[in-house]
Design a binder for this molecule. Structure first.
Ligand code: FAD
Ligand code: SF4
Ligand code: SF4
Length: 470
């Protein structure tokens, strides 16, 4: 270990931009075994590991790096999977530059340990070696649990609750499990086979999936289960109500990404085939600066757009999206126009131009980010025949959706839960993931799902003991 002074930081090879633009495959090659060990050896085995502190799952990173360096990969996998339900997914799509790697102490001066890539390598080796097994050897508790939503929060909770012996039923309104892992995040960041492989493993472990099942009344589940977890994510796209925002050719980012992911999965997608959700040959403008915007710009490039421009009202330093994804997008030919926002759309039936307003940064707001205001008189036209809005998401109206007016919300419209018990205002109904936190990250959804599952288990077992004693 401690080889960071002699060994340079090296990430797995990335496909050249010109080549990767041609398909939707993942862009990073896997580490080869020697390279993974050498990179893991760079870790200085800190007494206070800041990487671990800043990993939302508090993964035991220094120990699994050491085991990797020593070639003890089965033990490394056992350790990494003890705290992370889906390490192969986090290794691929966590914004490591803001989490573990961004806080690695050797980051300044030497370049951080390539933690995410090693985590992916350990887990892919475990899959290839047959060390990843479905849940088995459990003793059944006789209690049944219902989970609404099969995104990372719901799946992480399902995994923990099944391991504890409960009869777990996951309900999702979609036709495939995975939530945004399946239909939001594009293949070039997370290949769908990776998600489907986990889904199969969970199913083989005895978790029951009820797909195409839109839950519209929580009471329907209340009869069947001892406890219910709401893990429905946030899906109400934010709007910009500027002149002519309902012209043709102006689409929502998530609808666009879902169509592209479905196409990649081999589905028949009418809106794609008709051209509405296909950027091929178009001058595309994406509005926004988060993960969804970055995924839209890079999808448009791969669909063969004539030109792809990203309009963001703040500057590069204030962008919420991962810096790594911005760099990838720039390499792929995306043009970023910073400090600019749409003022109006124009066109006959369909959009043909956006009137763009220049913005400037002002004081920091309550969240610590700088606010923006328009610069008087500074506008310019931008040609556009497809505009994609990627402005973020809010929670749907859950009390109405679940016919549960007593379900308490926060001022942001997310579910209000007890932070220790994860219980909502409905007894026996818990919540986790984006629907509690607001639009966040996969790794936080996993963490919340795991913690909520532990709380649900403790509560159900206490109630069962109470019943037996009575
Ligand atoms: P979701 O993943 O949203 O899953 C919720 C599930 O609930 C869905 O399957 C939905 O169909 C189901 N559901 C909703 N209502 C009902 C109902 N009434 N009945 C039945 N089922 C219902 N995070 C990262 O860490 N890295 C990234 O690179 C990244 N990229 C992203 C790219 C995009 C385009 C988007 C939109 C998000 C991205 N994120 C990323 C964020 C991340 O995907 C989310 O934070 C995470 O998926 C939230 O997990 P969840 O389980 O709470 O909800
Ligand atoms: Fe880093 Fe994410 Fe893995 Fe944690 S889960 S070690 S933040 S890549
Ligand atoms: Fe190793 Fe960096 Fe974590 Fe320190 S902070 S233990 S050097 S990975």
């Amino acid at each position: 270990m401690l080889k960071f002074t002699d060994t340079e930081q090296h990430y797995p090879d990335v496909k050249a931009a010109a080549k990767r633009k041609k398909d939707f495959d993942e862009i990073y090659a896997p580490f080869d075994p020697a390279e993974a060990a050498v990179q893991a050896e760079r870790c200085s085995q800190c007494g206070i590991p800041f990487c671990q502190i800043h990993c939302p799952l508090q993964n035991n990173i220094p120990d699994w790096l050491k085991l990797t360096a020593e070639g003890r990969l089965e033990e490394a996998y056992a350790m990494s999977s003890a705290t992370n339900t889906f390490p192969e997914i986090c290794g691929r799509i966590c914004p490591q530059d803001r989490l573990c790697e961004g806080n690695c102490v050797i980051e300044k001066g030497f370049g951080s340990v390539t933690i995410g890539s090693v985590e992916k390598y350990i887990t892919e080796t475990a899959f290839a070696s047959g060390w990843v097994k479905p849940i088995g050897g459990i003793s059944e508790s006789g209690l049944s649990v219902g989970i609404i939503g099969s995104g990372p929060a719901g799946l992480a909770a399902a995994d923990i609750l099944r391991r504890k012996g409960h009869d777990v039923h996951v309900y999702d309104r979609s036709d495939r499990a995975g939530g945004l892992l399946m239909y939001g995040i594009p293949n070039f960041k997370l290949e769908k086979e990776v998600v489907l492989r986990r889904y199969k493993l969970l199913k083989d472990g005895g978790i029951h999936f009820h797909l195409n099942k839109d839950i519209t009344d929580w009471a329907e589940l209340h009869e069947k289960h001892a406890a219910i977890l709401i893990a429905t994510g946030v899906y109400k796209s934010r709007e910009i109500e500027i002149p002519d925002y309902s012209l043709g050719g102006i689409v929502q980012g998530l609808t666009y990404l879902t169509a592209s992911n479905r196409k990649g999965l081999g589905d028949k997608v009418g809106e794609f085939d008709s051209g509405v959700m296909n950027a091929e040959g178009k001058e595309v403008v994406i509005i926004g600066g988060g993960d969804t915007a970055m995924d839209c710009v890079r999808t448009a490039v791969r669909q063969g757009a004539k030109k792809v421009t990203c309009l963001y009202r703040r500057d590069r330093a204030n962008m919420p999206g991962s810096a790594r994804e911005v760099k990838n997008a720039e390499e792929e030919g995306v043009q970023f126009v910073w400090l600019c926002a749409p003022k109006a759309f124009a066109g006959k039936k369909a959009v043909s131009q956006i009137l763009v307003q220049r913005m400037r940064l002002t004081t920091h707001d309550m969240s610590g980010r700088q606010s923006v205001v328009p610069v008087d008189g500074e506008t310019f036209p931008l040609a556009c025949d497809m505009a994609i809005k990627a402005l973020g998401f809010d929670a749907e109206d859950l009390p109405t959706m679940f016919n549960a007016p007593e379900l308490k919300l926060t001022k942001y419209g997310t579910l209000d839960i007890d932070s220790k018990t994860f219980m909502t205002s409905l007894p026996g109904v818990y919540a986790a993931g984006d629907i509690v936190r607001g639009a966040s990250l996969v790794v936080w959804a996993i963490r919340d799902g795991r913690d909520a599952a532990e709380a649900m288990h403790a509560h159900m077992m206490a109630a069962q003991r109470g019943k037996k004693a009575a």
